[in-house]
Design a protein around this ligand. Structure first.
Ligand SMILES: Nc1ncnc2c1ncn2[C@@H]1O[C@H](COP(=O)(O)OP(=O)(O)O)[C@@H](O)[C@H]1O
Ligand SMILES: O=C(CO)[C@@H](O)[C@H](O)COP(=O)(O)O
Length: 507
């Protein structure tokens, strides 16, 4: 069984011993934004959704608990679950997309030193990461901070409830800013300089290791058998990459979920100049990866759907279609470049390439000829240009990428896949497994239980099902628009900051 504890829902899948998916079941949970730029979830909601998700999956597939050989976990990364002495949750978790910690990031870079932090952790301090969240708690909620005894990431908390065992994988731990990514161990130096007790951090594992076994009370709730092994699993980006077979050099993946991620495998530990890309441990034991992360990729498209696609939603219901399919087919009818219209996708601030919580979105170049289809196309093009920025950094690092494997909700659209091929100038493929991180988690479960290499299972289970080549004529036209796109953030940065400050002070 593979579980993916996402931002909006948990997705649970069952896979047989040949790697075929035999069923899936999702259960949603809410996200709260108590203040602008904040994002929180209740760990109890994750737990209830996990129990309902596993039960729903067993019921819908007719598989019995005793037939499940093992469970692997994928999860949204970076979120802080603060637990007290009795392992009880102290407050809602601050999520990966929470932007409240700019001041704490500046403090970390000043205290540890920017270059030293990079040398020790492989990364720079970014608002979504976990260590700044701990410092925020210390500064703003000292009564909560005083009770903290354990710090976990989202999926590790749910695994604790299932097994009673504390643990974290190297891939997810890389996003805490407390891991010595090169040596795959907690960084005593960083923890000491930030005065964060190392004792709060759980034991570290590789993704295919067994972390514990299902408790009888969790078995009774879920319908699974007591003692079922739980494999550690990984952060959702590492799991998503494993789920599409990005386990060797030369292949990259693009994940189009709420966030947007360009991900490359590294056989050895590598860092990018000035730590512009994240350098993290991979879910493949003893391997690493680099990635660029956009905060609102699919999230920008979802925002567009939620606020401006009432008509399309009604059409989707009438025609029994998905509203995203209607939106993308309308967008396809607008000309390439949306007749001189560009969209900046920094609706949640940004991480890569502009680590700036005050970055904002924009439509640039509107004229009277533009209608909704132009704007929809501009949103998709703007997101894809944003992803291309990460690919440029990967290219500048000297990595030659010959194939892009796409996953996440956005990968369902053939139009968007062709757009990625044209904007990146690289062939885009899809594979037989379309369950992304949940499938990667199932591969990790099989690896732990059957004692087979993760890379070998990817080789055996994953096949390319579709390949699109870049269209040279489109590539040239997009190149011209991309040049203008790249010039926009530096020009507008000051304006974005002024507007964010105004919005925070004048209401
Ligand atoms: N048919 C589709 N065509 C294009 N984009 C889609 C389609 N379906 C979903 N999406 C995009 O995928 C996103 C959801 O992706 P998903 O991987 O499920 O996200 P997450 O795991 O972050 O919740 C949506 O916000 C939307 O932008
Ligand atoms: O912050 C990151 C990776 O560094 C995000 O990838 C989150 O881990 C969750 O993203 P979605 O899967 O919900 O898009």
């Amino acid at each position: 069984m593979g579980l993916d504890l996402g931002t909006s829902a948990i997705k649970c899948i069952l896979v047989d011993e040949k790697g075929t998916v035999i069923g899936s079941h999702s259960v949603e949970y809410p996200l709260s934004q108590p203040q602008p730029g904040w994002a929180e979830q209740q760990p109890e909601d994750w737990w209830n959704a996990t129990v309902a998700g596993i039960r729903g999956l067993l019921t819908s597939t007719g598989v019995t608990g005793a037939e499940v050989g093992g469970i692997g976990f994928s999860g949204q990364m970076h979120g802080s679950v603060f637990l007290d002495e009795a392992q009880q949750v102290i407050r809602p978790a601050l999520l990966w997309c929470d932007q409240r910690t700019a001041e704490q990031c500046a403090y970390i870079e000043a205290t540890v030193g920017e270059a030293e932090l990079g040398r020790l952790t492989g990364n720079r301090a970014l608002t979504g990461f976990t260590a700044p969240k701990i410092l925020w708690l210390r500064q703003h909620e000292p009564e909560h901070y005083a009770r903290v005894r354990h710090l976990l990431l989202p999926k590790d908390y749910v695994r604790l409830r299932l097994t009673g065992a504390l643990g974290m994988d190297m891939a997810d731990a890389s996003g805490t800013l407390l891991l010595d990514v090169a040596h795959r161990s907690w960084s005593q130096t960083v923890a000491e300089r930030l005065e964060i007790p190392l004792a709060w951090l759980p034991p570290l594992y590789e993704s295919g290791d067994i972390a514990g076994h299902l408790l009888p009370e969790a078995a009774a709730l879920t319908g699974l058998a007591p003692g079922t092994p739980l494999v550690v699993g990984g952060g959702d980006q590492a799991c998503g990459a494993v789920g599409v077979g990005v386990v060797r050099q030369g292949i990259a993946s693009v994940a189009l979920g709420t966030s947007g991620v360009v991900f490359v495998h590294d056989d050895t530990y590598q860092v990018d100049e000035a730590y512009r890309l994240h350098s993290f441990c991979h879910g493949v034991p003893g391997k690493w990866h680099r990635m660029g992360v956009m905060l609102a990729a699919g999230g920008s498209f979802q925002w567009w759907r939620n606020h401006f696609a009432g008509e399309e939603l009604a059409r989707a219901q009438e025609e029994g279609k998905d509203v995203y399919e209607i939106l993308t087919s309308d967008a396809e009818r607008a000309p390439l470049g949306s007749e001189g219209l560009l969209f900046l996708p920094y609706l949640s601030g940004e991480r890569t390439p502009h680590p700036d919580p005050k970055a904002r979105g924009a439509f640039i170049g509107l004229n009277l000829r533009h209608g909704k289809a132009h704007l929809t196309r501009a949103v998709l093009e703007g997101i894809t240009f944003g992803l291309r920025d990460s690919m440029e950094m990967i290219r500048e690092s000297g990595i030659k990428v010959t194939e892009l494997r796409v996953n996440g909700g956005g990968a369902r659209s053939p139009f968007w896949r062709q757009m990625i091929a044209d904007i990146f100038g690289i062939p885009v493929v899809t594979v037989n497994s379309t369950d992304g991180p949940a499938y990667g988690a199932a591969i990790m479960a099989a690896s732990g239980v059957l004692q087979v290499d993760i890379a070998q299972l990817c080789e055996d289970w994953i096949q390319v099902t579709n390949r699109v080549e870049p269209n040279p004529a489109n590539q040239q036209k997009y190149e011209a628009y991309y040049k203008v796109y790249r010039s926009l953030y530096p020009t507008l940065q000051g304006t974005f900051h002024q507007l964010t400050d105004l919005a925070n002070t004048i209401s």
